[in-house]
Design a protein around this ligand. Sequence first.
Ligand code: TYC
Length: 102
Amino acid sequence: MAVKREAATLLEPAKAKTGPPPLYKVLLLNDDYTPMDFVVTVLLRFFGMDRERATQIMLKVHTEGMGVCGMYPKDIANSKVDQVTRFARDNQHPLQCTMERS
Ligand code: TYC
């Protein structure tokens, strides 16, 4: 049996998706146990920072509780979070890395 639909629904053209994809902030959270030099290593290795910038961001997270490591499209942000979390756990550190839509 044919399904009855609104004519307007069938004739409406698909809306074009415009604009760049949304960006996600990748965040590091402070904790009392992860060594400072390990956090600096994370920022050097996974976020392409130089040592001076990495140290600034690490200290910001240490004093303010949270800091932004970078902004990326969703898939890349997700992969950064996974890589950092795996690296931290492999080294027995509780470092928390998360993401949020900007
Ligand atoms: N607070 C930690 C310490 O005193 C250092 C630290 C900085 C941990 C940043 C996590 O995301 C972090 N050893």
